[in-house]
Design a protein around this ligand. Structure first.
Ligand code: NAD
Ligand code: 13P
Length: 352
């Protein structure tokens, strides 16, 4: 069979680690071309240099993953069309809010036989309802799109600490196995699961629970409260996923993409960290301000996902079924104080 060329669309914190993982494998495996192309959203660094030039000179993404060599076979490319032109395998890993625009730019630009995978945790809500990012990709670009989600704090995988991940696929198990081969290393163990919606919703929704966990941390409520929030959050994740897609499997929530990602994100993720600061400031400084100050260009996914989930709940009349999800949005939008995270039953419209 043909030798596949891989392009990564995105080069943030996780995108750069994905490049490192993949580049170590394309060198070893004969079924992939050695070179891995990485599309970089170009920016000028404080030194006046272009980010792509510095990545190609130093083999490091000095802004989003400093100190880590990506592999000599990673080539940074600021030109999106050029980066995807020859690819047979496309890895999408940008913050989710940029994907609609990127998909529009890519229509008609891809090879016929290309397959895709999304590492993006988030969703888009349109007039006709919620759209998963993998659905956006597969519908707009007419490609098979798997997802890879898991307990994967990028900085830990960058230094090769053991972790697991889940590839979600729809029907084609052979394609899923090819993605598993491309990503798997001794320290990154990947399992395929036939439940693309379940896997993607786990990765998406846990970011909302992570904000709730950050609020209780910021309010110094202790371990029991945080565990309670995580338990309630996991239940809401499962209930919401199954209401949206009846095909979602219970077993998916026990994979790395489910409970494991929920735990790691509520312990050590960026959403948790910024929500902690938000609560410590009594909600007086906005998430946008804290994100810019604390993450230096990296992006939170939880705040916009909480809003998107809220829209779905409101449109479908489900707000009372999901008090944790709804309250996270009310708090991050400044309509309730952070302490409401454990008082939300009092705020329910029909609570006696
Ligand atoms: P990031 O948070 O580091 O985001 C910064 C990236 O966004 C940079 O590459 C920047 O160039 C790019 N960007 C900024 N403005 C842009 C624009 N207008 N158009 C396109 N790109 C633009 O990104 P990340 O950590 O790689 O996260 C990508 C996805 O991976 C997210 O959905 C995230 O939830 C998920 N994820 C992240 C981690 C992690 O630990 N970082 C782990 C697992 C999954
Ligand atoms: P944060 O975006 O909150 O850092 O979460 C990273 C993640 O998805 C870990 O799997």
């Amino acid at each position: 069979s043909q030798i596949s060329r891989v392009t990564i669309v995105g080069s943030g914190n996780w995108g750069s680690v994905a490049a490192k993982l993949i580049a170590s494998n394309t060198l070893k495996l004969a079924s992939f071309h050695d070179e891995v192309r990485m599309w970089v959203f170009e920016e000028t660094l404080p030194t006046g240099q272009k980010l792509t030039e510095v990545i190609n000179q130093t083999n490091e993404n000095v802004k989003y993953l400093p100190g880590i060599k990506l592999g000599k076979n990673v080539v940074a490319d600021p030109d999106l069309d050029n980066a995807v032109r020859d690819a047979n395998m496309l890895v999408f890993v940008t913050p989710h809010q940029f994907m609609e625009g990127i998909c529009k730019r890519l229509v008609g630009k891809l090879k016929e036989d290309v397959v895709a995978i999304s590492l993006i945790k988030g969703m888009e809500v349109k007039m006709d309802g919620p759209h998963m990012i993998s659905t956006l990709i597969s519908e707009q670009l007419r490609v098979n799109c798997c997802v890879l989600m898991g307990a994967n704090i990028a900085n830990e995988i960058a230094v090769e600490k053991f972790s697991e991940a889940t590839v979600g696929y729809r029907e084609n198990r052979e394609v899923a196995k090819k993605w598993v081969r491309l990503f798997s290393t001794l320290y990154f163990v990947v399992t395929p699961v036939q439940d693309v919606e379940g896997v993607e919703l786990c990765g998406t929704l846990k970011n909302v629970v992570a904000l709730a966990a950050g609020f209780v941390d910021g309010l110094e409520m202790g371990n029991n409260t945080k565990a309670a929030i995580m338990r309630i959050g996991l239940r809401e994740m499962r209930a919401f996923s199954k209401l949206l897609f009846s095909s979602v499997k219970d077993s998916t929530f026990f994979e790395s993409c489910g409970v494991a990602d929920l735990i790691t994100t509520c312990l050590g993720g960026r959403n948790r960290r910024v929500a902690d600061a938000f609560a410590k400031n009594g909600g007086k400084r906005s998430f946008d301000e804290l994100e810019a100050e604390m993450l230096q260009g990296q992006k939170l996914q939880g705040v916009s996902t909480a809003r998107e989930v809220y829209e779905v709940l409101r449109h479908r009349g489900w707000l009372e079924l999901f008090p944790l999800f709804a309250t996270v949005h009310e708090i991050s939008a400044g309509r309730l104080p952070p302490s409401a995270i454990v008082e939300y039953s009092e705020h329910k419209p029909n609570c006696s």
